[in-house]
Design a protein. Sequence first.
Length: 116
Amino acid sequence: QVRLVESGGGLVQAGDSLRLSCAASGRTFSRYDMGWFRQAPGKEREFVGIVNWSGSVTYYADSVKGRFTISRDNAKNTVYLQMNSLKPEDTAVYYCNAVFNSFSTWGQGTQVTVSS
């Protein structure tokens, strides 16, 4: 199994950039497709983007396409979410998610707050 710890959240102004990291424990990190989700207050958790096990394929929600980029470094057991041109509506707790076959696990989340 893999355990996930997110970091890099914080308070930024609209238009700023932020990079989130998700560090994974275990020796099987490269097997997992890795996703990023977010949950704003009073709303359901929503999909942000995903990268496949090798890093060769990514897919994004329309709301972040062109602004956010997911990458991974399998040698460092880490996946990243680069967020540019941040908007107040990007304010949420951001979670990373590891998926392999029927197995799925989540990190504890990191808060991102974007002020206008």
